[in-house]
Design a protein around this ligand. Structure first.
Ligand SMILES: NC(=O)c1ccc[n+]([C@@H]2O[C@H](COP(=O)([O-])OP(=O)(O)OC[C@H]3O[C@@H](n4cnc5c(N)ncnc54)[C@H](OP(=O)(O)O)[C@@H]3O)[C@@H](O)[C@H]2O)c1
Length: 283
C-alpha cells in the first residue's frame, strides 16, 4: 500500500514512526511538510522521502504529487487547514484512494464536501503513543468507504495500537479521553516527579519512578481488563491497605478534587472539539 502523509508534525509523525516500526517499508511512504527545514529534519530522522510545500515550484504542489501516487492519504495538518488541503489534492486523488483525517473536530461531512464525490474518507482520532506501538485510535467511516477499505486501515493501524471503529457522534468524547489523554498522563508524571523531588529524591530518579510507575500500572490495567481479571477500581483497591500509606494519598487526591478535575478535563476537551467544528462550519 502506498501511503502519503500530508503534514508530518507531532501526530502524523507519531503514526509514521509506529508504522515504520511495525514493518511498513520506507519506500512505500511519501510525506509533506510546509517548510523545507521540517522536511529535511523529518527525512533524516525517519529515512523517508519528505517534500516541503514551499520547495516545490512545478505545476503540481508537493501535496498533489504525494496524493497522486497514494492508496492511503493521511491528512495531518491543523483542523482549520484540512478542507483547503482536501481542495488542493482533490483532482490528484485516485478515486479509490482512502483519505484519513487525523484532525480534531473536522467532520466526515466536511471531508466529503471538500473532496470529489464518492471519495472514501475516514475521520480518525489517534494519539501520540502510536509512535511506540501503544496508541489508541478511533475511526469513523464516511458513506463512500467500503467495509474492506475500513478494515485495511484498521489492520494497518492495529500494528501500532488499539483501533476502535466508533460512531462519529462518539469521536469528540473519545478525543477528550484518548486523543488528549496522553497529555493528562504526562501532566500527572510531571507532578509526581516534582513531588518526589520536593521530598528529597534526585530529580532524575523521581522522573524515572513516575514514568515506570505509569507504564507498569497501565500495562497491568490493560492486562487485567483483557483477561477479565479486574478493573481500575479493583487494582487501586489492591494497592490500598486499610489505614496504610495509599489510603492517605488517595484521600488527599480526592480532597484535592482529582475526580472532578478529570471529569472537567474530558468534558472541556470534548466541548472544545465541538466548538471548533461549529467554527469550521461557520455556525
Ligand atoms: N498532537 C496530537 O497529540 C494530536 C492527537 C490527535 C489528533 N491530532 C490532530 O493532528 C493534526 C496535526 O496536529 P499536530 O499536533 O501534529 O500539529 P503540528 O505538530 O503542528 O504538525 C503540523 C504539520 O503540518 C505541516 N503543514 C502545515 N501546513 C501544511 C501544508 N499546507 N501542507 C503540508 N503540510 C503542512 C507542518 O509542517 P511545518 O513543520 O513545516 O510547519 C507540520 O508538519 C491536527 O489536526 C490535530 O487536531 C493531534
Amino acid at each position: 500500500m502506498r501511503i502519503a502523509m500530508l503534514g508530518l508534525g507531532s501526530m502524523n509523525g507519531a503514526i509514521l514512526k509506529g508504522l515504520l516500526a511495525s514493518g511498513v517499508s520506507a519506500q512505500d511512504v511519501v510525506a509533506t511538510t510546509r517548510s523545507a527545514a521540517s522536511a529535511c529534519a523529518r527525512a533524516e530522522e525517519l529515512g523517508i522521502e519528505v517534500v516541503a510545500e514551499e520547495s516545490v515550484e512545478s505545476e503540481r504542489t508537493a501535496n498533489q504529487q504525494a496524493a497522486a501516487s497514494a492508496d492511503l492519504v493521511m491528512l495531518g495538518v491543523k483542523p482549520h487547514q484540512i478542507t483547503d488541503l482536501c481542495t488542493e489534492i482533490a483532482d490528484a486523488l485516485e478515486p479509490d484512494a482512502v483519505v484519513v483525517s487525523v484532525a480534531a473536530a473536522v467532520t466526515v461531512d466536511m471531508l466529503q464536501q471538500a473532496l470529489p464525490q464518492g471519495q472514501p474518507v475516514i475521520r480518525s482520532m489517534p494519539n501520540t503513543p502510536l509512535s511506540v506501538g501503544r496508541g489508541v485510535v478511533g475511526l469513523a467511516a464516511g458513506e463512500h468507504t467500503s467495509a474492506q477499505q475500513l478494515h485495511r486501515v484498521r489492520d494497518l493501524l492495529s500494528a501500532c495500537g488499539a483501533v476502535h471503529v466508533v460512531e462519529e457522534t462518539q469521536i469528540d468524547a473519545l478525543t477528550g479521553v484518548s486523543g488528549s489523554g496522553p497529555a493528562y498522563v504526562f501532566f500527572l508524571a510531571e507532578h509526581l516527579a516534582a513531588a518526589g523531588a520536593e521530598r528529597g529524591l534526585p530529580p532524575e530518579l523521581a522522573a524515572d519512578l513516575a514514568a515506570q510507575t505509569i507504564q507498569g500500572a497501565g500495562d497491568m490495567l490493560v492486562s487485567a481488563l483483557n483477561q477479565g481479571a479486574g478493573d481500575a477500581a479493583s487494582l487501586r483497591q489492591a494497592v490500598t491497605s486499610p489505614n496504610g500509606t495509599t489510603e492517605r494519598g488517595i484521600a488527599a487526591l480526592t480532597e484535592g478534587g482529582l475526580p472532578q478535575a478529570v471529569h472537567a478535563a474530558v468534558s472541556a476537551s470534548a466541548a472544545r472539539a465541538a466548538e471548533i467544528s461549529r467554527d469550521l462550519a461557520g455556525e
